[in-house]
Each structure stands twice: as structure tokens, then as C-alpha cells.
Ligand binder design. Structure first.
Ligand code: NAP
Length: 255
């Protein structure tokens, strides 16, 4: 019988030097895919690439600011030439510029919109040509429980809610080419990002994590691997009938 779950593809994971992106890159490589590890600084991708190759996987480091049209075009061209046509894309690159609305600068707003929304748009637009040609594609966009509203995150909440509308529209437009698009909306995941948030609000990280856990039904914090497991499912060959969905991975229900 043909194994329809594990055909090797070329996957692009943005923001993959660390955190959730690194875990997704490692997981997709373990699933048999060749992975382009994309992040702002190419040298910073080395740790993820080395971890993949040490386990016998295939990976390449690509320095790219996902909010730059030129950089994205050059990165996707390089990936296609050196690794093969990319047909899996995980838009994970992200930044925080938290502040209450009255203190939020235009730069705080624009930076968050540019990395999350403009970045996901530019990457998806560049990669879709390869997906359409292959009549197969998997796009996974990182949203967040913050999409439902979160104090101090007017910019980030708007961007992460925007990712959901973007995802659903990609699903509608690209479905007939064998391309699915889904969003993962993580809750509290232990990464540099949540550590930075604890620091910003002036709370020790352990206390910050314990406070978060007290609100999480499964009684623990999330790890990057929890999100990687969801991404692994969504890019499988046999997940082709799941599209336009937002999967909350938050240890409990979200509306
Ligand atoms: P992280 O540890 O801060 O990692 C984000 C990565 O994205 C960093 O390596 C960062 O590079 C890179 N990046 C930032 N701007 C970029 C750009 N313009 N082009 C390319 N790469 C860029 O964050 P994380 O916690 O793993 O989060 C990953 C994704 O999950 C984000 O989209 C985030 O919003 C989302 N998320 C996280 C949580 C959570 O609890 N951690 C919850 C919900 C959603 P630099 O280090 O150079 O800045």
C-alpha cells in the first residue's frame, strides 16, 4: 500500500532560528522533508540546520527579512535552486512591540504588521507559484490566542486576527490547485518571546509561567514541540481535506 502520509517535500519555515520555528523545522525534517531554515540573520540559522543535519536530515540556512519584497524573492529563488521547488510554507516569523494604545508608536504598529502580515503575504505569494505548478501545497500560518484580544497588544492582536482572514482566503483561492492553508493559534508557549513578555511586565519568568498555567485546562505550559506536532499534521499528504481552519493549540478551548 502506498504511504500517503510522508512524501518528501521542500519546506520553508520562517523565523526558524529559534523557538517555535526551530521546533517546526526539526519536526518537518524528522518527517522526511528538506527544510529551508529562514531567519533574519543567516548565521543564527546554523544551530537549527546543524541539529537537522546531525540527525541525517537535509536543511539549508537562508538569511531573509520576510517583510522585504526583494529579500523574499531572492530567498525563494535560492531555495528553489538549491533545495528544490518549495511546496510547504510555514509563516512563523514574528516580533512583539507591546504597549498600551496611548503609548504605542506608529513604528510599533508598522513593525508588527510588516513582519507578520506583509511577511506572510510576501512569502505565500512567492511560494504559491511552485505549489500551483506541483498541484500540491501546504501553507501553515502562525496566529495566536491574542487574535481574540489581549491588553497591550493592539498591534499584535490585529496582525494575528489578520492572519486568520488571510489563511481562510488562501484556502479559498488555492484549494483547486491542491493547496491547503491553515492557521495554528498557540496559547502560552515557552520561548524567548514569552520570556521577553515577562520581562516587559516586570515579572520573574517562573512566576509568569505559573500564572499562565493556572489558567490552562491541561495544567501545563506549551512547548515549541506542541506546535510542531500540529504543523506536522497539517502538512501531511493525507491532511488535504483540512483547509481554512484555525487550530487553537492552547491546552484548552478558545472561541
Ligand atoms: P521567537 O522565539 O521570538 O522567534 C521568532 C523568530 O522570528 C526569531 O528567530 C526572529 O529573529 C524571527 N524574525 C523576526 N522578525 C523577522 C523577519 N522580519 N524576518 C525573518 N525572521 C524574523 O518567537 P516564538 O515564540 O518562537 O514565536 C513564533 C511564532 O509563534 C510567532 O509568529 C509568534 O507570534 C507566534 N506565537 C508565539 C506564542 C508564544 O507563546 N511563544 C504564542 C502565540 C503565537 P530575531 O531573533 O533575529 O528577531
Amino acid at each position: 500500500m502506498t504511504d500517503t502520509t510522508s512524501a518528501a517535500r521542500v519546506a520553508v519555515v520562517t523565523g526558524a532560528a529559534r523557538g517555535i520555528g526551530a521546533a517546526i523545522a526539526l519536526r518537518l525534517a524528522a518527517d522526511g522533508h528538506a527544510v529551508a531554515v529562514v531567519d533574519l540573520d543567516e548565521a543564527a540559522c546554523a544551530e537549527t540546520v546543524d541539529a537537522i543535519t546531525a540527525k541525517g536530515g537535509t536543511a539549508m540556512a537562508v538569511g531573509c527579512d520576510v517583510s522585504s519584497e526583494e529579500a523574499v524573492a531572492a530567498a525563494v529563488e535560492r531555495i528553489a535552486a538549491e533545495l528544490g521547488a518549495p511546496t510547504v510554507l510555514v509563516n512563523n516569523a514574528g516580533v512583539l512591540r507591546d504597549n498600551l494604545l496611548f503609548k504605542m508608536t506608529v513604528d510599533d504598529w508598522d513593525t508588527v504588521m510588516n513582519v507578520h502580515l506583509r511577511g506572510a503575504f510576501l512569502m505565500a505569494r512567492a511560494v504559491q507559484a511552485h505549489m500551483v505548478a506541483a498541484k500540491f501545497g501546504r501553507i501553515v500560518n502562525l496566529s495566536s490566542t491574542s487574535a481574540l484580544g489581549n491588553r497591550g497588544q493592539a498591534n499584535y492582536a490585529a496582525a494575528k486576527a489578520g492572519m486568520q482572514g488571510f489563511t481562510k482566503t488562501l484556502a479559498i483561492e488555492l484549494g483547486k490547485f491542491g493547496v491547503t492553508a491553515n492557521a495554528i493559534a498557540p496559547g502560552f508557549i515557552e520561548t524567548a518571546m514569552t520570556r521577553a513578555t515577562a520581562e516587559r511586565v516586570g515579572v520573574d519568568f517562573d512566576a509568569f509561567r505559573e500564572a499562565a498555567i493556572s489558567q490552562i485546562p491541561v495544567g501545563r505550559s506549551g512547548q515549541p514541540e506542541d506546535i510542531a506536532a500540529v504543523a506536522s499534521f497539517l502538512v501531511r499528504e493525507d491532511a488535504g481535506f483540512v483547509s481554512g481552519q484555525v487550530i487553537y493549540a492552547a491546552g484548552g478551548p478558545r472561541d
